[in-house]
Design a protein around this ligand. Structure first.
Ligand SMILES: Cc1cc2nc3c(=O)[nH]c(=O)nc-3n(C[C@H](O)[C@H](O)[C@H](O)COP(=O)(O)OP(=O)(O)OC[C@H]3O[C@@H](n4cnc5c(N)ncnc54)[C@H](O)[C@@H]3O)c2cc1C
Length: 411
């Protein structure tokens, strides 16, 4: 027998939970179907060897107005980031430097790229960011840098910062316009990562899920969506298939997982093409917790499979190191078995910073995770136009999410 609801939300990540909360707040009968046994999706806070670590999304940008408001509404706090990105130590090609290793000429290209990004970001409409995507001329970030004369060494340093330690999609697959949209959401060039959530970003999802109570059903992966004047939803529970009906459905899962759902009628071509997953990179976070305080740089940008590294505090001081890495160095690494990856990671930390054997190591390789299969959406050249064409609804199916930032005031 199938129950009927006003709206079914697919995915209990932050976007699905926020959508469900708003709909329930308007008095609608909402149910959220979530494949995992926990809320939060690509945010997940856990304790590793007594240290609280965010294994997924972590940093909140000053420009993330919606997130800041949500954190306050849930009675949570934001903690300012202890160190700024500009204070990072750089380890590129085995050489350690105190600043981004660029020749004067490459530095000038890099500066021009930021100016061009800032200009493009100012032109992005927060209400419809993808509508303004240039159709015929949207180079990749790498093509833009090459056309402006950046050297191979310079490209490697920029790739390390922007891809390995940031967007996770190689610069050759990242559209310049899409990057400008990302810059706009972060409040402008060089902005972002100003805060983290006290106690971890996972607490935001937990707070939202708690408020929704039994409306959220876990371990319930959706496998079919049929539009027939309403929406018939097929989902699995403990190896059995169930059905429920709703007036409308909100899709709040990554494009990479659309392929696991049978859509009837099929998705329109722009959405189907985005679902190929090319626009998501690979990403992994690792946490290393030591028996006592460690002497490691507070922030380090490296071109190794450990990417961006920072120290974290536990009860006994700076006893943890967290690594975030994506893009090219990680693509090769993820072909190795788990124990080999851990061994290599520990050896890298010993080689770069002389760190001892850690007491506990945890790895979260999101691109291998069945319910994310990638990092996050960064449009490739041409994808931005597809997203604009896809819009936000397809019949009775709606894409979750809305503008996360406000337009910067012209200075
Ligand atoms: C390692 C990492 C670091 C990051 N760092 C930051 C950061 O510092 N700052 C920042 O702003 N962002 C960061 N992000 C991005 C941020 O975490 C995501 O953009 C955000 O969490 C996505 O939320 P979402 O609800 O859209 O998707 P998700 O969190 O992926 O939620 C989708 C949900 O749908 C569920 N699902 C999937 N398929 C089905 C199905 N068939 N049926 C039912 N449920 C399904 C999934 O299990 C999941 O719970 C990071 C992401 C990663 C992976």
């Amino acid at each position: 027998m199938s129950a009927t609801h006003d709206v079914v939300v697919i995915g209990a990540g932050l976007s699905g939970l926020v959508a469900a909360r708003e709909l329930a707040g308007k008095g609608l009968d909402v149910v959220v179907l979530e494949a995992r046994s926990r809320p939060g999706g690509r945010t997940h806070t856990t304790a590793v060897g007594g240290v609280t670590v965010d294994l997924g999304g972590e940093w909140v940008d000053d420009a993330h107005g919606e997130m800041k408001r949500l954190v306050a509404e849930l009675g949570l706090g934001l903690v300012p980031a202890a160190r700024r990105k500009e204070e990072s130590l750089w380890s590129i090609g085995g050489r350690t430097t105190g600043e981004m290793p660029l020749s004067d000429r490459d530095r000038a290209v890099y500066r021009r790229m930021h100016e061009a990004l800032g200009e493009a970001a100012d032109g992005v409409d927060p209400e419809a960011p993808w509508k303004g995507a240039p159709g015929d001329h949207d180079p990749s970030v790498e093509a833009w840098l090459r056309a402006d004369g950046m050297s191979e060494g310079g490209l490697h340093a920029v790739e390390t910062l922007l891809s390995t330690c940031g967007s996770t999609v190689p610069l050759a697959r990242m559209s310049f316009y899409s990057y400008a949209v990302k810059v706009a959401t972060r409040g402008g060039p060089g902005k972002g990562n100003e805060y983290r959530v006290e106690g971890g970003a996972g607490r935001v999802a937990e707070g939202l899920a708690e408020g929704l109570g039994e409306r959220v059903r876990y371990s319930s992966p959706v496998v079919g969506l049929r539009q027939d004047g309403g929406v018939e939803v097929r989902y699995g529970v403990a190896d059995a298939l169930r059905t429920l009906r709703a007036g409308r459905a909100v899709l709040a899962l990554p494009f990479t997982l659309y392929g696991g759902i049978r859509f009837d009628p099929p998705l329109p071509p722009p959405l189907r093409e985005l679902a190929s997953g090319e626009c998501y990179g690979v990403v992994r976070k690792m946490a290393f917790v030591y028996d006592g305080p460690v002497e490691a740089p507070a922030l380090a940008v490296t071109d190794t499979p450990l990417g961006y590294l920072w120290t974290v505090r536990g009860p006994g001081g700076e006893t943890g190191v967290v690594s975030f890495a994506g893009g090219r160095p990680l693509e090769a690494e993820l072909r190795l078995p788990g124990e080999e990856r851990e061994r290599r990671a520990v050896a890298l930390l010993r080689g770069m910073f002389g760190l001892p054997e850690p007491g506990t190591v945890t790895e979260a390789a999101w691109s291998e995770d069945a319910w994310s299969r990638g990092s996050y959406f960064i449009a490739g050249p041409g994808d931005a136009v597809r997203l604009g064409a896809a819009g936000r609804s397809f019949g009775l199916l709606h894409l979750a999410g809305r503008r996360p930032w406000r337009r910067r005031r012209a200075s």
